[in-house]
Design a protein around this ligand. Structure first.
Ligand code: LLP
Length: 421
């Protein structure tokens, strides 16, 4: 459930009409609903009730500091994958003891920053990374808490570009080699083993791959404990999928996912960490855009929007579907029309939808891309020299710009011309 609903003939975000935001801030613009973000966070807390746990929001999905503060103030932890994300989480007031650091390529500099600033645990993905972290920690006179990310070799049955748990992927250490890796980690002076980490992919709409992976993690926990390791935490990653269309089948609920966790690893007495991103943020955001032109082509009509692939890359990159809905609710007799929905960028790939049946939009109409809260703004670029677009947070009847639109001067001012030119 989200808080983007029609009321009095138009689409609202909580108690604010989207048209009011468009008028005040301009388009294109990302709009997030605080109530939806908090509701999704609480669903995971409820799903894990009875087990000690920490929900670590995957910052990569939506990294605006205001959003991180909203979630962090409710007790969420954060899963970060770069120094930039670490700094964002800290700037949002999240204490280091609630931040886990994931990612295959943490640099020594990033490790140092997190060790000095405070960190709950590093999720390590290779032996060279273990050695590097041990050296950095030792040089600072501290011991780094670590989990090792194991690759369980299960098929997440999701888009190939976002599956991570097969042995051919770059992520983690093959589960069959985990005992050796843990033995080495335990022997390194700068590391303290605290747990096991796994993440098999994103936008999973079936619980079976989670179940298979978590069973393997449970077995491994027993084996590692028998080897003398203290395994007190299990980080089970993120990946629970969301409905991208209002019409198709509904992916499993967080409560079903919680049951899988309870069933597979609940008996081990470990603290459970999860790293959801998309489920918390995805349906808590829309991309609001305006129709620039309606162009009648050969056998097809184009809806040309002011948003483009640089603002929301998911359709171009993953052939992802986003529902596109009118901001003014169509009246009964308004009629429908098939459009190719495109942006102004000079690439055929700048296509959001092909032959999509939509209301008969006209120039100047506002449209909203649904489910754009996760992997939307964070993946934007300034391709075609289109400045990054703003982000707005709505809470009840208030809204605030939480990231201003980049101005042309700012964008161009970042370049510099060498003295010899
Ligand atoms: N933990 C780790 C280690 C991850 O790599 C990811 C996502 C997550 C947690 C969060 O997964 P989620 O709950 O959001 O599914 N840009 C792609 C998605 C890439 C996901 C990368 N890793 C998209 O737009 O679909």
């Amino acid at each position: 459930m989200d808080h983007f609903l029609y009321r009095d003939g138009e689409l609202w975000a909580e108690d604010v009409p989207l048209a009011e935001i468009a008028a005040a801030v301009g388009t294109p613009v990302y709009v997030y609903s605080a109530a939806t973000l908090l509701r999704h966070l609480s669903l995971f807390d409820e799903a894990l009730k009875g087990m000690p746990h920490l929900v670590c929001f995957a910052v990569k999905a939506l990294s605006n500091v205001a959003v991180l503060k909203l979630l962090g103030d409710e007790g969420a932890g954060m899963d970060v994958v770069s120094e930039g994300e670490y700094r964002r989480a800290r700037a949002a007031g999240v204490p280091g003891e609630r931040i886990v650091f994931s990612g295959v390529g943490k640099t020594r500099g990033e490790m140092r920053t997190a060790l000095i600033g405070g960190i709950r645990q590093f999720n390590l993905e290779s032996e060279p990374e273990m050695r590097a972290l041990s050296e950095v920690a030792t040089s600072l006179g501290v011991v780094a808490p670590v989990a090792i990310r194991v690759n369980p070799d299960v098929d997440a049955k999701t888009h190939a570009k976002i599956a991570t748990g097969k042995s051919e992927n770059k992520f983690g250490i093959p589960i069959a080699k985990a005992r050796e890796a843990y033995a080495e980690a335990a022997s390194l002076p700068g590391l303290k083993v605290v747990g096991i980490d796994v993440h098999i992919g994103s936008q999973l709409t079936d619980l079976a791959p989670f179940e298979a992976a978590y069973r393997k993690v449970a077995e491994l926990t027993e084996v590692l404990r028998a080897d003398g390791h203290e395994i007190t935490r299990l980080d089970l990653g993120g990946g629970l999928g969301i409905p991208y269309t209002r019409s198709n089948e509904v992916p499993p609920l967080p409560s079903d996912y919680g049951d899988v966790i309870r069933r597979t690893v609940g008996h081990l007495g470990c603290e459970i960490e999860i790293e959801p991103g998309r489920l918390i943020a995805g349906n808590a955001g829309v991309l609001l855009s305006r129709v620039i032109y309606v162009k009648e082509g050969e056998g097809r009509d184009f809806l040309i929007l002011d948003a483009a692939m640089n603002d929301l890359v998911r359709p171009a990159m993953y052939d992802a579907h986003h529902d596109i809905v009118p901001v003014r609710e169509p009246a009964a007799g308004d009629g429908l029309r098939a459009f190719d929905v495109v942006g102004p960028v000079c690439e055929t790939g700048d296509t959001f939808a092909r032959a999509r049946t939509l209301p008969a939009f006209r120039e100047g109409d506002l449209v909203a891309f649904r489910s754009a809260g996760a992997y939307g703004a964070v993946m934007a670029s300034e391709y075609n020299s289109r400045p990054l677009i703003p982000e707005v947070l709505v809470q009840r009847d208030q809204f605030a710009v939480i990231r201003a639109r980049t101005s042309y001067d700012e964008m161009i001012g970042r370049d510099s011309i060498p003295a010899w030119l």
